[in-house]
Design a protein around this ligand. Structure first.
Ligand SMILES: Cc1cc2nc3c(=O)[nH]c(=O)nc-3n(C[C@H](O)[C@H](O)[C@H](O)COP(=O)(O)OP(=O)(O)OC[C@H]3O[C@@H](n4cnc5c(N)ncnc54)[C@H](O)[C@@H]3O)c2cc1C
Length: 294
């Protein structure tokens, strides 16, 4: 009998990870597993620890570039237990697998403001909190500032609730790396529904105007440098449209790499090297990847 026999989970074998990342790149996951409840997740983590199996947690895969040739175990928290959203006065408690679109909609339906800036980001609550997702327009707003507490599971399967004073968020990063995020309590504020709707529309319109949507990308590939837009720096190096294999730098937003269909992780990494070298040469600035290279 295999270790997963009888596990309360959806299990797939040799699942193409490319299907689960927005860049559409990745190897097969030997085992792809979606636990139906926390107990099953605990059993998976304990097995992985005992057998020293590397695992990868996948949200929407919208900030992942998987270079690895082999992924023995991929875990997604996509079952109803991990995607439920509950409102408690001005708080929303979202399962980590909740899509941001559902989270924003739930806040709107309950007249709770604050999260409108997440509109159009193709992510899960867990992935977005892990990476402190945010926008720089019309001002810098980050998800971490709305997080009140986070329920996590550690690698031993132990559940903890981390209050605000044990959380730290910085630019596209958090101190939650050692954990699997189970759910997040966001503290919002009461707001007129019409105003929420208007703000959502503004964010979506801005996104449509400035970003390459509807194609395979991971959003911004590099972090901004000292508050300077990396997109602007790359653009000023004249790199829009530069292509390696099937990976191309967007003509609309120079910090977006688009997979035209059959780009490999190596094509994308090579293009990133070209961007980094050009910016270093011209501006003496060091671009840091925003995408998680795995
Ligand atoms: C068109 C487009 C536009 C975008 N716009 C923005 C934007 O405006 N602002 C912005 O910040 N980002 C943006 N992004 C990037 C991306 O959506 C965010 O970085 C998002 O936070 C990633 O969430 P995810 O669920 O897809 O995480 P994934 O990419 O699946 O995972 C990211 C990392 O978090 C880990 N992780 C995921 N879920 C969990 C969990 N439950 N527990 C523990 N670890 C976990 C993964 O292992 C991985 O290391 C954009 C992407 C695209 C494609």
């Amino acid at each position: 009998m295999s270790w997963y026999t009888g596990l309360h989970a959806k299990i797939l074998f040799d699942e193409p990870l490319a299907k689960h990342t927005t860049l559409r790149v990745g190897p097969l996951a030997k085992i792809w597993i979606e636990p139906y409840e926390k107990e099953s997740l605990r059993a998976i983590l304990c097995h992985a620890k005992a057998k020293k199996i590397d695992y990868l947690v996948v949200g929407c895969g919208s900030k992942m570039l998987i270079k690895k040739q082999k992924v023995p175990l991929a875990i997604r928290l996509g079952s109803p237990q991990f995607t439920a959203c509950k409102v408690d006065d001005i708080d929303i408690i979202a399962g980590s697998g909740t899509k941001l679109a559902a989270l924003v909609n739930s806040a709107y339906m309950h007249g709770l403001g604050g999260l409108e800036f997440l509109s159009g980001i193709p992510a899960t609550a867990g992935g977005a909190v892990m990476l402190n997702a945010g926008v720089g327009w019309p001002e810098r707003i980050e998800l971490g500032s709305f997080v009140y507490e986070v329920e996590v599971m550690d690698k031993n399967g132990k559940i903890k609730v981390l209050p605000q004073n044990r959380l730290s968020f910085s630019y596209r990063s958090s101190n939650l790396r050692p954990y699997i995020i189970l759910s997040v309590r966001f503290k919002l504020f009461k707001k007129n529904k019409e105003n929420i709707k208007l703000k959502i529309r503004k964010f979506l319109e801005y996104r449509k105007k400035t970003q390459e949507l509807g194609c395979f990308s991971a959003g911004c590939i590099f972090k901004n440098v000292n508050g300077i837009s990396s997109g602007r720096l790359i653009d000023e190096c004249g790199l829009k449209g530069r292509q390696i294999g099937d990976a191309v730098i967007s003509k609309k937003h120079a910090n977006f790499i688009i997979n035209r269909g059959s780009a490999t992780a190596n094509d994308i990494v090579s293009l990133m090297r070209v961007m980094k070298a050009a910016v270093r040469k011209r501006f003496k600035l060091n671009l840091e990847p925003e995408v998680k290279i795995i």
